[in-house]
Ligand binder design. Structure first.
Ligand code: DC
Length: 230
């Protein structure tokens, strides 16, 4: 019997460890991992590269006009090296800069941007066997997902984790700046009109503050094993 290949939706605030969980799960289950935030970052990078940000404001109308010409995809590499491609170019490093982080939540409020990316996300997940993390995966992209997880963690822990990641990449910033950026993004993600971040009723809440990476993976795999038996 062929095992059912599930759709696993992982949502939550920035820096709660969603992508780490999603990646670890995808490796453990031999599924595809998609970091949907990377796709919003890709559009943001495009806007920066094409002078669609003027004095810190996004030129929404101009961006919407050229959206059709922007190609967003992922490299066909193993899960752990699944890189974002913007118009066919690997931009995995460029999308992780503080400049992109500062603008991406605003880009993610644009309805047309969301509509475009949701179509791509659904297409990638069409046949199941996918772990996708983001903000609206369980609520909008895959409302019928087999497993929905909503991840939270203490704010300072989140900022420390993100700072460590950025430092490892050679990006110079401070804990205070990272924390401020996280809190600003939380506020925008939670209060935006288009697909705000919400915990759906059927999502399982997981607080990663006191979990080790191995501990959280084991815990979540047990939940998924339960679903596979159903
Ligand atoms: O997960 P991340 O920090 O890389 O996400 C970057 C931004 O993109 C974040 O501000 C929220 C937004 N986002 C979204 O609105 N919907 C998603 N499915 C994923 C990310």
């Amino acid at each position: 019997m062929v095992k059912k290949r599930l759709i696993i939706a992982i949502d939550g605030y920035s820096g709660c460890g969603k992508s780490t969980i999603a990646k670890d799960l995808a490796i453990a289950l031999n599924y595809t991992f998609i970091d949907s935030g990377a796709m919003y970052r890709g559009i943001t990078l495009f806007a920066i590269q094409n002078n669609l940000i003027k004095d810190g404001s996004i030129q929404n109308e101009q961006l919407i006009k050229v959206l059709g010409s922007i190609q967003i995809g992922f490299s066909e590499l193993p899960v752990s090296k699944n890189h974002l491609l913007l118009n066919g170019i690997d931009v995995e490093e460029e999308i992780r800069t503080p400049e992109v982080a500062a603008l991406v939540s605003k880009i993610a409020t644009i309805k047309e941007v969301r509509q475009k990316l949701v179509v791509i996300q659904r297409e990638i997940g069409r046949n199941g066997g996918i772990v996708m993390d983001g903000r609206d995966i369980g609520s909008v992209v895959f409302p019928n997902a087999d497993v929905k997880l909503f991840i939270t963690a203490d704010n300072t822990i989140r900022a420390k984790r993100r700072l460590k990641e950025m430092k490892a990449k050679g990006i110079q910033t401070t804990l205070k700046a990272v924390l401020q950026n996280l809190e600003e993004r939380d506020e925008l993600d939670r209060t935006r009109k288009e697909s705000p971040l919400v915990q759906t009723e059927d999502a399982i809440l997981i607080d990663t503050t006191d979990f080790t990476r191995e501990g959280q993976l084991k815990y979540i795999l047990e939940i998924i094993q339960g679903k596979l038996k159903v």
